[in-house]
Design a protein around this ligand. Structure first.
Ligand code: ATP
Length: 237
């Protein structure tokens, strides 16, 4: 069997006496969408940051495509795309110019029509793609983030509360994009506080509290159980 695209093995991170993540074991295969839920401070962002190599683990390992992030920082970054709560773009560049710039940083050069095609796939029409990002809504900026991930042909996508502050329609469009990326074989790991969105897109949902993964639910189980009730029960135990 091939290695999972994203894997945490007893992944632990402490900041001094504060244990942000305590022995996380998690696997995300190609084509899966795993959503991490949990109260503020549960360790969700820490998990994403460890996969990105933004911070080293205290013990345990984050692996991307079978490679340890700490040992292969450049290789693992090449396979990853990252979408934070606010995708950081150059406001005085157009969407196309931003995509061209970030693609070049990732070692890929595209013709303008190819860039427009990626942006269109991410739900941004040509007219919008050729406007300055300063005129964009948050939903449009997040779509550029998806286009950057698509153009990079990332194997795994890490998202940290990507739809917070999006209106329901924009969040729905974003969810559809994630579903189509997963259908193309991308492994998706996303943190969110939006139970509705998690229920809508996830193949598996993990509930975290105080640095621990308390439970994971598959989409089949979620069909039968009320996610909100399970979530609240886990928060109270
Ligand atoms: P939220 O839902 O608020 O984004 P989270 O689940 O993403 O929360 P983390 O940001 O991973 O939680 O934080 C987990 C714990 O680690 C918290 O107690 C936080 O205060 C602590 N922490 C995170 N980053 C640092 C840091 N750089 N220095 C010290 N403590 C940190």
């Amino acid at each position: 069997m091939s290695a999972p695209m994203l894997e945490a093995v007893q992944l632990t991170k402490a900041y001094g006496a504060q244990v942000a993540l305590a022995g996380l074991d998690l696997q995300v295969a190609a084509g899966e969408i795993v959503c991490l839920l949990g109260a503020n401070g549960a360790g969700k962002t820490t998990t994403i940051n460890l996969f990105l190599g933004f911070t080293p683990p205290t013990s345990g390992e984050a692996r991307v495509n079978g490679r340890a992030v700490t040992e292969h920082p450049l290789e693992t970054k090449r396979w990853l795309a990252y979408i934070p709560e606010q995708v950081a773009l150059y406001r005085n560049f157009t969407g196309v110019e931003n995509l061209a710039y970030f693609s070049e940083l990732a070692g890929r050069r595209y013709a303008k029509r190819e860039l427009l095609a990626w942006l269109s796939k991410a739900g941004l029409p040509d007219e919008a793609a050729q406007r300055h990002v300063a005129t964009y809504s948050k939903g449009m900026r997040q779509k550029v983030g998806i286009a950057i991930a698509m153009a990079k042909e990332a194997k795994a996508l890490l998202l940290d509360e990507p739809t917070s502050g999006l209106d329901p329609q924009a969040a729905n469009e974003f969810s559809q994009l994630l579903t189509s990326l997963a259908a193309q074989g991308v492994a998706v790991l996303m943190t969110t506080h939006d139970l509705f969105q998690a229920r809508q897109v996830a193949t598996r949902i993990g509930i975290m509290r105080q640095g621990r993964l308390l439970t994971t639910l598959t989409s089949a189980e979620l069909g039968q159980r009320d996610l909100e009730a399970v979530y609240l029960e886990q928060m109270q135990n």
